[in-house]
Design a protein around this ligand. Sequence first.
Ligand code: PMP
Ligand code: GLU
Length: 396
Amino acid sequence: MENLLSDRINNLSTSQTLAMAALARELKLQGKDIISLSLGEPDFNTPDFIKEAAKKAIDENYSQYTPVDGYLELKEAISKKFKRDNNLDYKPSQIVVSTGAKQSLFNLAQVLLNPDDECILPAPFWVSYSEIVKMADGIPIEVPTTIESDFKITPEQLEKAITPKTKMIMFSSPCNPSGSVYNREELTALAKVLEKYPKIFIVSDEIYEHINFTGNFCSIATIPGMYDRTITVNGVSKAFAMTGWRIGYIGGPEFIAKACTKMQGQITSGANSIAQRATIAAVEADPKEIKFMVTEFHKRRDLVVGLLKNIPGIKINNPDGAFYVFPDVSSFFGKTLKGTLIKNADDFSMYLLAQANVATVTGDAFGNPNCIRFSYATSEDLLTEALRRIKEALAE
Ligand code: PMP
Ligand code: GLU
């Protein structure tokens, strides 16, 4: 059949995290005993105090369009959160609330990139970064890192990737998928390079800020010289177990906030009113309220890393945050396992699905062809069973 769709959509990759999650769901419906470690989504329920705030908002008739950039009360609460958790001063006029951090990132690419502008993506990066850049006609410049450097980009690598076309760098810390957390010294070293190129913007995705086992968190906007050129992205999906509520936000220079508001005013308008009211409760809460989830993720990290280290051929770093492990499985490439030739990470991930009934995501989607990603945001029992099955499937 003739392809009537635009080049834009034809050239766009499907989100591999969402695709794998959909496949796992479908196989489960067919009666298969699938353990899905594909989607990055907490298995906890949204905490009661947040749900109560939403119920109250419904009863109080928060049913109309909200300001495009979010309720002022929410932006004031986010402003206080930035000060409390990150030592960052963002006035409400510098904050925009969006339909998930995904939309925040999309807005930023749309308002900052001209055709052929380059955006540096330290790899591995979250699947949607490269496509978000492409949708803005920008060019993603992937800078590969390896497990040996804990998947972190060095100042030398950053400098080498910069060209006259570089407009922006986008990264997450804690990182999805590697779990790596950049400390203040590492960010300062990167900032030293960026100081020489004042026209480059930094998009710092801090959505896993609270899911960090190091006890220290640094926002790059706090490094001298970086504040005016950094846009700090955050949201409530991960730390507050609110993936379905769809609220993300940015803090950044006022002219960028205004541009993002203009952008989303033509696409989605303000984010969902009830979810915004609930988010006020979430961001105003003491982070201690969500500590129990972080503690649980920490225990699971230790469990999964321990079990993976016991599987010959798998190489793994010790992820300091988020809820993913990103082992290097390249030692299996070129081998035949139970009659299946494993050529690459895609084959490896599909082999685990077929032989172990465990869904993972190929590293290719994250810009690293040697690895696969497991999300450990699921119970210890399921994780133990999944790793038992994987070990058995790889035992040849
Ligand atoms: N950034 C990163 C690094 C993520 O892992 C996610 C998860 N989907 C997002 C942004 C987007 O989150 P959301 O749209 O649910 O706020
Ligand atoms: N961020 C999550 C993940 O990486 C959710 C899915 C998505 O939006 O990509 O699995």
